[in-house]
Design a protein around this ligand. Sequence first.
Ligand code: GCU
Length: 682
Amino acid sequence: WAQKDYKLWLQYDKITNSKIRSEYTTSITGIVGLGNSETSKIAVKELELGLNSMLEKKLEVKSKLEGQNTLVVGAQSALNPELQKVVASDITQINEEGFVIKSVTVNNAKHIVITGKNDVGVLYGVYSFLRRIQTNKSIKNLEITESPKINLRILNHWDNLDRTIERGYAGFSLWNWQKLPDFIDQRYIDYARANASIGINGTVLTNVNANALILTPQYLEKVEALANVFRPYGIKVYLTARFSAPVEIGGLKTADPKDTAVANWWKDKAKKIYKIIPDFGGFLVKANSEGQPGPQNYGRNHVDGANMLADAVAPFGGVIMWRAFVYSEHDANDRAKQAYAEFQPYDGKFRDNVIVQVKNGAIDFQPREPFHPLFGAMQKTPIMMEFQITQEYLGFSTHLVYLPQLFKEVLDSDTYQKGKGSTVAKVVDGSLYNAKFTGIAGVSNIGNDLNWTGHPFAQANWYGFGRLAWNPYLDSETIADEWLKCTFSNDENFIKPVKEMMIKSRETVVNYMTPLGLHHIMDTGHHYGPGPWVANLSRPEWNPVYYHKADKNGIGFDRSKTGTNATSQYTPEIEKLFDNVATCPEKDLLWFHHVSWDYKLKNGQTLWNGLSLKYQEGVDQVKEMQNIWNKTEKYVDGERFKEVQMLLEIQYKEAKWWRDACLLYFQQYSGKELPAGVEKPT
Ligand code: GCU
């Protein structure tokens, strides 16, 4: 029954608009597939699959150009001399992974050419072309040149070797370690295909809280099998490296990065990996964070650790993604300040093949966080973005939240590091400081659930991450539009309201969970549901009370100069903006300031009333989502319609739970009545 769900955004439903369909059928009468690689075969097969299904027509596939109105597919070097000539100048505009889609006339015959410098570019071009058709766009006079703007576009799977997934809400891990390497689940191929269709070119198979066993020969041959499946789809495999692996699986007494035996152990390990996986991507490392081992255990620092590993993979072209997600109980004054304090001074000290991976905000994937101050603050060190696609703090796979809204808010934020217009996107795509290489990671929300992501709409977050990794300047509305059309229907009566519902969904969740800059008040450990009252955990910065600091005088975390001075980690322009309670954006107010319950908000409400009304607004907005969805039955298959309907019902119940729990809890400090318009908790 879940077939529709399983097919993600590659439904390839028949084009129902006959006018548009006839434009397609007249412009495409056959396919000319050039090239012999696995990748080029996949590209042609995908075109056949997609076009035959959408146009309801069996297209002939030839290996030589003849006739007219054909779709010619192949890398530049595989094209005939006439075609090479007509695309020559377009080709100069793309990079190694880019593509050209062009309407051409050769020998008086019209054709459409999909080409690139390499086969993987052609494959991306094919998916882009199919998306045009899926979204009913014209294919007349095409002149498209596109290249990904970021080098490493990577999913981070927090998957354990026993197939549980840290913060995973869509079943167990796809990687069936027990049956690998000889059993290749069709799911691996479908996974690769879905990722290639949105331009993702890397996957970290294992949890950042790493298990050293993955680096033993027994597991590496399984990793090799997966790498072989993913390679033709342009996807490289990466692993997480547990810093203490030389001790745990190597029999050494230490993992000190300055110890020659340790460095040699890693060099040897890298050599062995590259022998079986020549295009292995490299390692992702979480070190000295949340109890994970790292160089600091031996009196060394992040640079020592990262550079030692970088030297091991450098001869083979590998990279080290070293995470900046660090905080410690020893300096619990303000957790938000620690990553910047620990990393910024190391700018310029890392090897050329190290990239520092920074979460979008300074705490931890909250429904809303101001951008991380490290973005733009290290001019000589490549910095990559880490977003979380899985909804650890946003209602798991139960609540509908369209995350590209959140991703875009961060990418569009102006750091002012090189004056106005120095957006986070320009840091991430490397254009601000001309970075040596660039990257973006998304913590995956994929599991072995029939629909991959638990919630049918969570597929949009995987899709949207991929699209923004390809081009961080795309707008989230366009992405929602594409996704809806490819996944459900092109009918405007469906698209318009449902798109609006998606766009609003992120603010909706902020409203009923953490309005006005509140954060980390989820119940402890699992992070599902409200828990602002939790105060008894051993480390202060794990307790929600540490973050909201509600008392009789007011609520919020003073990170301005009168408080922890975290604002000083931003450029003077931003510091000034955040520091002053009057100019601080209200959406971040309680992130940066402790304000009184009577503080006047811009709309004239007192803080207490405004906060209460925000919680109510969130609840009302979920009701509105339900109303919208209930009218879509005729556009959607029964299964997905019902699933989303049931999930929205839970979301509504839980939005009320959030509102009631938070308001009743905070009320004991404010000592005030709920304002008119806010429902009384039952
Ligand atoms: C969060 C999350 C952990 C995860 C960590 C990380 O703290 O709750 O499960 O390991 O982030 O990103 O390393």
